[in-house]
Design a protein around this ligand. Structure first.
Ligand SMILES: [Zn+2]
Length: 227
């Protein structure tokens, strides 16, 4: 797992890879994999039933909203571990010096639906003033073959060109570019941007490249020793 301190309020981001094991939340073995990953009790984790929506939930107690349909969770409890799972979508971990943290799952549908907007808004309404983000591994612009119709839909929502090309000259989507653009538009300072591709690096589970059903987890927590 890659650990990235966000540099605010002891908030840490963690991005697992295939060597950490399957973190798909409802699959056998994933619970012990998660506990092993951070050494935090399972009851402290919030994980979601992700549906490519724009819904972000406020977590007031550790473990609250587990299994609920949503694509982001926001909270500040020092014992909370907030998490999302991904294979090729973009995991976005955020934090603020006020102690607010968030984990968001953003694929092209979530980007279009505005999941990052609602997450940042919920952080702000909960007291976050300036927000920083760590953007985890996702499918790269050379691997994500995409239809022109869907590309035009996403581009018209995001407002910039997001097209790319794979080795065979087929149209692709640069999902991470869209995520970065929206984050900067929302005034979020991206302090870490992974250069790893889930499809072509070999280090990650990828639904698109391998048909993997396993998932990475991206988590955020507060390390109170570092506050
Ligand atoms: Zn790639």
């Amino acid at each position: 797992m890659l650990r990235v301190p966000l540099g605010v309020a002891g908030i840490c981001a963690g991005f697992s890879d295939r060597y950490d094991g399957d973190m798909a939340m409802t699959r056998p073995g994933s619970e012990s994999n998660r506990v092993q990953l951070l050494g935090r009790e399972l009851g402290n984790w919030t994980w979601l039933n992700q549906v490519h929506s724009r819904d972000a939930l406020l977590v007031l107690q550790p473990g609250q909203h587990c299994g609920m349909e949503a694509d982001a969770c926001v909270g500040e409890h020092p014992d909370s571990v907030l998490s999302v799972t991904t294979a090729d979508c973009v995991p976005v971990i955020m934090g603020s010096s006020e102690g607010l943290m968030a984990a968001a799952h953003c694929g092209w549908r979530g980007l279009e639906a505005g999941i990052l907007d609602t997450t940042v808004r919920l952080m702000a309404s909960s007291g976050a003033k300036s927000i920083v983000a760590a953007v985890g591994p996702s499918i790269c612009a050379r691997c994500y073959e995409f239809s022109r119709t869907d590309l035009e839909r996403v581009e018209s929502c995001v407002g910039i060109s997001l097209g790319g090309e794979d080795q065979a000259g087929r149209l692709t989507l640069d999902l991470a570019k869209g995520v970065n653009w929206i984050l900067s538009r929302l005034g979020v300072d991206v302090v870490f941007l992974s250069d790893q591709c889930t499809a072509c690096s070999g280090r990650y589970f990828s639904a698109r490249a391998n048909g993997d059903v396993e998932r990475q987890v991206s988590a955020v927590w507060r390390d109170m020793d570092k506050v």
